[in-house]
Design a protein around this ligand. Structure first.
Ligand code: NAD
Ligand code: LMR
Length: 329
């Protein structure tokens, strides 16, 4: 019995994500919200023979109803990149969108788990935290930035150069954030050993960090990753839902480190310093974050530790941009 709302459900990510969520048999209620086109998307998806009840919610006057009594709210609303843009260039428009959506969730489902896809994730998650604090309902265990696509890409890109490995089971921890050099793949502690020359390591790391740009370039002005993102978003949502049902599930995600201050000590010592948010691997439970998974740190390379320090520096700015947006509003 899980109720899910998708905000931005008629978009490039929203539509395939809504489809995949309709196929998730644990979901009993699926609320689809957008400011355009959502009645058609919901009518279409509602014909699929699974048990979830699908409802459309169109425009700001229906937002409160869309997010009332939901367990999980997933936010892919907002503009995507065009060639030549960075994710930070999306801030101007997406910051306000995320702010208004999180306000509505805080007011109508204060205990909902919130999963933010809208970019720049490094700043939109801090925006959400500030809104939830202002509304008096902040629980750092229940707020997530979705970085699953980074680990999905890492598994697939490794297989591109090591075809003997299975992309479906290989896990590469990715820490930091979700943009360029804030994305730090820890290839040395992947679930299967990967022997790489220095050139291969550099090229693979760069490809994982800038994988989003490959799609933006190939789409040539028509947006950014939508289908692989819908897959990644559905995988993340399914992990949250299984954890709500009592399973212990492990996922990488960008979270407030206050969700597990004790568990965060390790990543802080590795370079996250006093940052409030960082992407880490977490064990999920019924209340959201159960704990931050500890890494086999003695195996990390100097290259990876340096990359964590570079990520932390960029994240400091990204996080304060988000926090200041709400504080100065
Ligand atoms: P899109 O333009 O195709 O869809 C966005 C949807 O959001 C549209 O249907 C639009 O009507 C809707 N929208 C706009 N304002 C809204 C509001 N106030 N309330 C509700 N809905 C609103 O874009 P897309 O390709 O689906 O990408 C969406 C976002 O996801 C972008 O910011 C993109 O950068 C981001 N993204 C993140 C990741 C990640 O890994 N976290 C991956 C891919 C894309
Ligand atoms: C991605 O990683 O594909 C997304 O963040 C979208 C983008 O702008 O690259």
């Amino acid at each position: 019995m899980v109720s899910v709302a998708i905000l931005g459900a008629a978009g490039g990510i929203g539509q395939p994500l809504s489809l995949l969520m309709k196929l998730n048999t644990s979901i009993t209620k699926l609320n689809l919200y957008d400011i355009v086109n959502v009645p058609g998307v919901a009518a279409d998806i509602s014909h699929i023979a699974t048990n979830a009840e699908v409802k459309a919610f169109l425009g700001p006057t229906q937002l409160a109803d869309a997010v009332t009594n939901v367990d999980l709210a997933i936010i892919p609303a907002g503009v995507p990149r065009k060639p030549g843009m960075t994710r930070d260039d999306l801030f101007k428009i997406n910051a306000g969108i995320v702010k208004s959506l999180v306000e509505a969730i805080a007011e109508n489902s204060p205990k909902a788990i919130i999963a933010i896809i809208s970019n720049p994730v490094n700043s939109t998650v801090p925006i959400a935290a500030e809104i939830l604090k202002a509304k008096g309902v902040y629980d750092p265990k229940r707020l997530f930035g979705v970085t699953t696509l980074d680990v999905v890409r890492a598994s697939r890109f490794v297989r591109d150069i090591r075809p003997e490995l299975d992309a479906t089971t290989l896990r590469v921890p990715v820490v930091g954030g979700h943009s360029g050099n804030t994305i730090v793949p820890l290839l040395s502690i992947a679930s299967s050993p990967i022997k790489l020359s220095t050139e291969e390591r550099d090229a693979l790391t760069h490809r994982i960090q800038f994988g989003g740009d490959e799609v933006v370039k190939a789409k040539d002005g028509a947006g950014s990753a939508t289908l692989s993102m819908a897959y990644a978003g559905a995988r993340f949502a399914d992990s949250i839902i299984r954890a709500l049902g009592g399973e212990s599930v492990v996922e990488p995600t960008f979270i407030p480190l206050a969700a597990d201050p004790e568990g965060a000590k390790q990543i802080r010592e590795l370079g996250a310093g006093d940052l409030e948010f960082f992407a880490v691997t977490v064990e999920l439970g019924k209340e959201g974050v159960k704990s931050i998974v500890q890494l086999p740190t003695s195996n990390l390379t100097g290259f990876e530790l340096k990359a964590i320090a570079v990520a932390a520096e960029a994240l400091t700015t990204n996080i304060s941009t988000g926090v200041n947006f709400v504080k100065n509003a």
